[in-house]
Design a protein around this ligand. Structure first.
Ligand SMILES: [Zn+2]
Length: 299
């Protein structure tokens, strides 16, 4: 079975009451995998926080320094959407360390999954939409350090466009970005990925799965990628509070299967992160996120 990456800190963040971020979902996914699906705790790898100096080498060191020190101005923090705390920084750096570890494990085992990740609205010099440090881009760079990997495809199916990732990778010919997202949704000012698919409000399973399937085929052949990073955001789901698509739970499962099967067919490693998902009913939300693990054959 493929390795899984989790740290309890993923769900350890005190937020104001009624904050819309479902911080408990990460621990909820872990608990469901262990208690309902009988996954042994030994399948989980525990990440360390990523080294801040390493992050500064890739992104704007002034921004990263101010973020870590709590010196960003209130406007920059409002754009991120979380109140600053040391806990927030520790959690962020550990979550990002988790995606980088997932990339390493994917190279070794073929498939690996992080129980958080997908901070695709983080740019080099600012954070946005609950994202501070772009883990997807860092994970792609980590894969490219391997002598067997020359091109990485970041395949982003979160309902929101992967704008930060698109911008970060725009000058890097070794990182190919694909985003399949809702057209009339945050971020309203979109960036240009290598391939963008804008879906109309109310899109349902059949059209969605057709789009994912052709996007995968096209992206694999154009990018000639030898590794994939997959953002399996579930804010495409019909019950999501922030998405405007109408994708069923079965549709999410089939989407995730398309991605894993395509990677398997090509024999290329895939590191997956759970991405966004915003329902206030945590058990219901966890159930949709679990489809990624089902698709990967974890249970
Ligand atoms: Zn999202």
């Amino acid at each position: 079975m493929c390795p899984l990456v989790f740290h309890p800190i993923y769900s350890q963040l005190d937020l104001p009451e009624r904050h819309r971020f479902p911080i408990q979902k990460y621990q909820g996914i872990y608990d469901a995998l262990v208690n309902q699906h009988g996954i042994s705790e030994s399948h989980f790898h525990t990440p360390d926080a990523i080294d801040v100096e390493r992050v500064k080498r890739v992104f704007d060191p002034g921004y990263i320094g101010d973020l870590v020190a709590g010196k960003l101005d209130p406007k920059a923090m409002r754009r991120i959407g979380f109140p600053w705390s040391m806990q927030l920084i520790r959690r962020t750096l550990t979550a990002v360390g988790g995606t980088v570890l997932t990339a390493e494990l994917a190279l070794e085992h073929g498939t690996a999954l992080n129980l958080t990740g997908g901070y695709h609205h983080a740019f080099a010099n600012f954070g946005s939409g609950f994202c501070m440090v772009n883990d997807l881009y860092l994970a792609a760079l980590r894969m490219l350090e391997s002598e067997h990997i020359d091109r990485v495809l970041i395949f982003d199916c979160d309902v929101h466009q992967g704008d930060g990732t698109a911008k970060l990778a725009s000058n890097n010919p070794q990182v190919f970005t694909v985003s399949i997202h809702g057209e009339k949704n945050f971020p309203y000012r979109k960036q240009v990925s290598d391939m963008d698919f804008n879906l109309a409000k109310g899109t349902t399973d059949a059209e969605y799965l057709d789009t994912v399937s052709s996007a995968l085929q096209l992206a694999m052949s154009i990018s000639q990628a030898d590794a994939v990073i997959y953002d399996g955001g579930v804010d495409v789901h019909e019950n999501d509070d922030l998405g405007h698509l109408e994708i069923s739970t079965q549709g999410v499962l089939e989407r995730d299967r398309l991605v894993f099967e395509a990677c398997q067919r090509q024999g290329i490693p895939v590191a997956a992160v759970i991405g966004g998902g915003y329902q206030r009913d945590i058990p219901a939300l966890v159930d949709v996120h679990l489809q990624l693990f089902r698709a990967a054959g974890v249970f």
